[in-house]
Design a protein around this ligand. Structure first.
Ligand SMILES: NC(=O)c1ccc[n+]([C@@H]2O[C@H](COP(=O)([O-])OP(=O)(O)OC[C@H]3O[C@@H](n4cnc5c(N)ncnc54)[C@H](O)[C@@H]3O)[C@@H](O)[C@H]2O)c1
Length: 251
């Protein structure tokens, strides 16, 4: 049990963020739930145990929202042990039809958001020798057809993770990322209505299924725990074996 430890989770109202909040409450943390929709966050907190949760609505791409998130966390709990940068958006499209606004929007949430939260959280994480887990994607390691904006924004998050891990290892702060493939959330498997497309995904994932949010939460909890005390700067695939393939088709 990690009694009295404090974690901030962005995008905690649904999907992996919700499952991660639930897991950290179970582990004895005080959990700060961030996201844009206050009602959704309050509902999530009520489901997983409001007495252990603090709801702080806000947009991760807006600096003053992040200042408020960190300040209220410290005012309420007087410490911060773990930051989970989970909030993310996906906007597909090739270069011909992806607008500059949509390119910028994905970078604002997927890369600048973590930059801002980390910048404001680091002074407090230094005090607790805490750590950071960024939720990236296999799409930040290799490219997808027709999703260059998402891929580039997650690729930026991966190198943000590695570069910061180097800078902050001497201060005892670990910074890692996970790289899920298709997961059972609204953004992932829930967004695919087409049976054929789902079958194509399953062909590429060695284990033949989408990941479960709880399986992602378990890995985040591991990277945030003392069990992973010698791991920093890693981008850990949580993808049912998708990245074990070199990309050649099954013969
Ligand atoms: N589902 C998948 O297949 C999959 C695969 C790889 C990576 N990911 C990544 O996992 C993370 C979680 O996504 P999910 O699958 O649980 O989907 P989701 O849509 O359920 O969760 C994303 C959450 O982020 C929140 N969010 C979006 N923009 C925000 C902003 N500006 N400020 C604050 N919160 C914001 C949303 O409200 C939502 O609650 C994302 O970073 C996503 O890119 C998802």
């Amino acid at each position: 049990m990690s009694k009295n430890k404090v974690v901030i989770i962005t995008g905690a109202g649904s999907g992996m963020g919700y499952a991660t909040a639930k897991r950290f409450v179970k582990d004895g943390f005080k959990v700060v739930l961030n996201g844009r929709n206050e009602n959704k966050l309050k509902k999530a907190a009520a489901e997983i145990g409001s007495e252990n949760c603090l709801v702080v609505p806000g947009d991760v791409s807006i600096e003053k929202d992040i200042e408020h998130l960190i300040n209220l966390t410290i005012q309420t709990y007087d410490r911060l042990d773990v930051l989970v940068n989970n909030a993310g958006i996906f906007i597909g499209g090739g270069i011909e039809n992806l607008s500059l606004a949509d390119w910028n929007k994905q970078f604002a949430v997927n890369s600048t958001g973590p930059f801002l939260t980390i910048k404001k959280a680091l002074p407090y994480l230094e005090k607790t020798k805490g750590n950071i887990v960024n939720v990236s994607s296999v799409s930040g390691i290799g490219g997808d057809w027709g999703a260059l904006g998402y891929d580039a924004s997650k690729g930026a998050l991966n190198l943000l993770t590695k570069a910061l891990a180097l800078d902050f290892a001497p201060k005892g702060i670990r910074i890692n990322a996970i790289a899920p493939s298709l997961t059972d959330t609204d953004m992932g498997a829930g967004a695919i209505n087409d049976k054929e497309m789902m079958a194509e995904f399953k062909k590429r994932i060695a284990m033949g299924r989408a990941g479960k949010s709880e399986e992602i939460a378990d890995v985040i909890a591991f990277l945030a725990s003392e069990e992973s005390s010698f791991i920093t700067g890693t981008i850990l695939p949580v993808d049912g074996g998708l990245s074990a393939s070199n990309g050649q088709p099954k013969l």
